[in-house]
Design a binder for this molecule. Structure first.
Ligand SMILES: Nc1nc2c([nH]c(=O)n2[C@H]2C[C@H](O)[C@@H](COP(=O)(O)OP(=O)(O)OP(=O)(O)O)O2)c(=O)[nH]1
Length: 181
């Protein structure tokens, strides 16, 4: 099975460019998520979080940090990455991809585009699910609310996965995320 990661950087959109924003009451829960419009590979043309496949010898956490740096130029410290979920994608009854999902509200740098990705801050309550993988609307809202999830998503119709049909799923919320390394 392919092992992959996704990372969802979060911010309070009201803080953008406003030096005084720190003094506002409350405002601690993030309102925006950094998505990418994927420019090539699996899911090309769709929105997703930064992420990709693990390289040899890499932990999932290292992969999420590397992919976020490569795709959008943000720097994340390992301790600031919060494990949010584990998703298994099956294609025609066989395990295809196991995906570790992370989120973080702490990072350095400004998003910049790369050959793989065009980054865009998007309001958490206005995520473009109609331009994403079909299963994302089932689990991403909870992940953006701070919950943890374990999911299994079944696709049928052969490779590539992004052209197969999403047929059904199982989801469990507020789980202990198990495969952390
Ligand atoms: N949001 C979401 N992401 C998914 C789903 N299925 C799935 O593989 N992904 C993610 C996992 C990975 O982060 C990404 C695929 O890996 P990738 O970006 O490295 O794939 P690629 O074919 O472009 O790889 P490469 O040639 O650049 O190495 O897509 C899904 O249903 N929803």
């Amino acid at each position: 099975m392919i092992e992959a990661t996704l990372c969802f950087p979060l911010r309070d959109g009201a803080d953008t460019g406003d030096e005084r924003a720190g003094s506002r009451d409350g405002g601690t829960s993030p309102t925006e998520v950094l998505l990418i419009e994927k420019r090539r590979g699996l899911g090309e043309g769709w929105y997703n979080g930064p992420g990709g496949k693990l390289e040899d010898g890499e932990t999932p956490r290292e992969c999420a940090i590397r992919e976020t740096r490569e795709e959008v130029g943000l720097e994340i410290q390992p301790a600031d990455l919060e494990k949010a979920g584990e998703l298994t994608f099956l294609l025609d009854g066989e395990g295809h991809t196991f995906c570790h999902v992370y989120r973080t509200a702490t990072f350095e740098g400004e998003p910049r585009p790369s050959p793989e990705a065009r980054p865009e801050w998007v309001p958490i309550d206005d995520v473009p699910y109609d331009r994403m993988w079909d299963d994302d609307r089932l689990w991403l809202p909870g992940v953006l609310e701070g919950r943890t999830v374990a999911g299994e998503f079944r696709f049928e119709g052969g490779e590539p996965l992004d052209e197969a049909a999403f047929v059904d799923h199982d989801l469990e919320w507020d789980v202990e995320v198990v495969r952390e390394r």
